[in-house]
Design a protein around this ligand. Structure first.
Ligand code: ADP
Ligand code: MG
Length: 601
């Protein structure tokens, strides 16, 4: 028992802990997921350091996570040989500096927009330990010169930190002891722990060992020294063999059969909980959708199912394996705030986690994709910065972008899923059509717009083109705030009456889109609220007649309205409405005026 230096929790953290302690959250088990995830992150970090610093692993050379329960004292311990924490890091990470996620989580929680299960997504997963424990002791030793420290807290207001009087017992890493609440003792049971760890360790790339007591049926021969010797020798052999192989040899020996005696003994020992074969290294043929979904939810820390994914192996110019996912839901604030989505792409080199701190791995409009990339050709022993400049990485980016767009194209063939996709990420797609010159054509093929033909159902541009009237040389569109608004527009009525189809561009971004994307499939866009219109010859004759008929009126209006409008003319584009205010080809439409007026600059 050591009395340590006392620290106050940062106010926000303290609030968060009160909430956690008092929470009657049913699935408290998620604390284990959070601790395993932290342990895995910590081992990722030291492994990454060891690529450039051969001495980094000196403190502890085995990279693993161990978990054991002490029933007598009601303590559950989770330990890792990860990077550990210095005293300074302990103070900052576990209590005194509130991460931005702390208040975000508190707010979301209070507004019922988040439940405890999402705590990890907000970057405050550690505190979930207080769902099950009323006291927590963290012992940690960083890989550098700093000493081994003990952090201790009973939550809420303060914690203490003391230098460990035992010295460096860990070598390197972190050990977290949870003093379980009396109603959380189920987390000391082998069967409970085994089930939970299996569930949460499946996609952890380091061995997770659980101390368990397993019943084993053993054979024995009474008063037979030779038999014992035999057993020893088979045991030796077994260690070198595949452990999964059942022993069949003995069964073939008839003379032993009659003397066979068995008994059940309890064998305590370390039990390996995961196979650590990363999903992306496996053959897609043998992976079920369910596995892909579980993997996504685990690595993306997303509680929603993914919408679609593609698992591929790139070959040729650059070689890597990858799984690219489209989430089922757009993250909060995808378009509103400038958010750092850098963690959405995780880069591994030969199965070693390198980084997920990319600033612009994919263009902004694709920032919503989640991807795992495992490359073979990247140098391991360079810094993250050097790595990100590497030519191979540029090639990888190009391939991943192409695959993501292919995935979206494929998805567009699934009506239901694509509707979901468009409602979550439709704006991203349009930003892509605006910004990505190289891929504009591909993106334009899956864009959809409501139209006078389809109503609020949407049409692709290709389908629109296939319905264009003979002699129609451009794709007619109108911009506005809603389908209801534009379909009653006088600009549309004349065209529709003549059998032309008009695209309804009713999203704020559409106005920008048509400016940057002049056309598609060899056809240009034509704004029906702008400029002149040419129809067939019949119309022309009629138009000439009308022009003569209304010369006087036009002259009169021209002189009266000369300050307000550029010119006044007789047009064939209207049918029932008497007149319309039209923008010039290079001017702003009424809708654009509204958008510009609403801009803050
Ligand atoms: P997050 O993992 O999202 O950063 P947590 O609340 O789970 O948020 O953890 C807070 C921080 O505490 C981590 O970022 C890490 O720096 C540190 N930490 C937690 N557990 C460990 C551990 N086992 N080893 C080393 N550092 C850890
Ligand atoms: Mg965490």
């Amino acid at each position: 028992k050591v009395t340590g230096e006392k620290f106050e929790f940062q106010t926000e953290v303290s609030r968060l802990m009160k909430l956690i302690i008092n929470s009657l959250y049913k699935t408290r088990e998620i604390f284990l997921r959070e601790l395993i995830s932290n342990a895995s992150d910590a081992i990722d970090k030291i492994r990454f350091l060891s690529l450039t610093d051969p001495n980094a692993l000196e403190g502890a050379s085995t990279l693993n996570i161990t978990i054991w329960a002490d029933k007598q004292n009601k303590i559950l311990t989770i330990a890792d040989s990860g990077i550990g924490m210095t005293k300074k890091q302990l103070i900052e990470n576990l209590g005194t500096i509130a991460k931005s996620g702390t208040s975000e989580f508190l707010n979301a929680f209070e507004e019922n927009k988040a439940d405890m299960n999402l705590i990890g997504q907000f970057g405050v997963g550690f505190y979930s330990v207080f769902l099950v424990a009323d006291k927590v002791i963290v012992t940690t030793k960083n890989n550098n010169e700093d000493k081994q420290y003990i952090w201790e807290s009973t939550a809420v207001n303060d914690f203490t930190i003391a230098e460990d009087p035992r010295g460096n017992t860990l070598g390197r890493g972190t050990q977290i002891k949870l003093f379980l609440k009396d109603d959380a003792l189920e987390f000391l049971e082998d069967s409970t722990l085994r089930g939970l760890i299996l569930k949460y360790s499946e996609f952890i790339n380091f061995p997770i060992w659980l101390w368990t007591t397993q019943s084993q049926v053993v054979e024995y021969k009474e008063l037979d020294d030779d038999a014992d010797k035999n057993k020893e020798s088979t045991d030796d052999k077994k260690e070198n063999d595949d452990l999964d192989q059942p022993e069949v040899e003995d069964a073939d020996k008839p003379e032993e059969k009659k003397e066979r005696k068995t008994k059940t003994i309890e064998v305590p020992g370390w039990e390996l909980m995961n196979t650590q074969k990363p999903l992306w290294t496996r053959d897609p043929k043998n992976i079920t959708d369910f596995e892909y979904e579980k993997f996504y939810m685990s690595f993306a820390k997303d509680s929603n199912l993914p919408l679609a994914w593609t698992h591929f192996k790139a070959e040729g110019e650059v070689e890597f394996k990858s799984i690219v996912y489209i989430p089922g839901k757009a993250p909060e604030g995808l378009y509103q705030k400038v958010q750092d989505f850098s963690r959405n792409v995780k880069l591994f080199v030969k199965r070693v986690f390198i980084t997920d701190e990319f600033l612009d791995f994919v263009p902004k409009y694709l920032a919503f994709i989640r991807a795992i990339i495992d490359a073979d050709d990247l140098p391991l022993n360079v810094s993250r910065e050097t790595l990100q400049q590497h030519r191979t990485l540029q090639l990888i980016k190009k391939r991943v972008i192409k695959k993501a767009l292919d995935l979206i194209t494929d998805l567009s063939k699934d009506e239901e899923k694509f509707t979901t996709f468009l409602s979550e990420f439709g704006t991203s797609l349009k930003i892509g059509a605006i910004e990505d010159n190289k891929n504009r054509k591909k993106i334009a093929q899956v864009l959809r717009f409501p139209s006078s033909y389809e109503g609020s159902n949407s049409t692709t541009l290709d389908d629109y083109i296939s319905r264009m009237k003979k002699g129609q040389d451009s794709m007619y569109f109108i911009t506005g705030a809603s389908v209801e608004e534009v379909q009653n527009s006088p600009f549309v009525e004349g065209l529709v009456a003549r059998g032309y189809e008009v695209l309804y561009m009713v999203e704020p971004i559409d106005e920008m889109l048509v400016q940057h994307m002049p056309g598609h499939g060899g056809k240009m866009f034509k704004n029906v609220a702008k400029g002149e219109f040419k129809f067939g010859d019949d119309d022309l004759a009629e138009l000439e007649q009308l022009k003569t008929k209304f010369t006087k009126l036009i002259d009169e209006m021209q002189s009266t309205l000369s300050d307000q409008v550029e010119k006044i003319q007789v047009s064939a584009r209207l049918t029932t409405s008497p007149c319309a205010v039209v923008a010039t080809d290079w001017g702003w439409t009424g809708h654009m005026e509204k958008i510009m007026a609403a801009q803050p600059f």
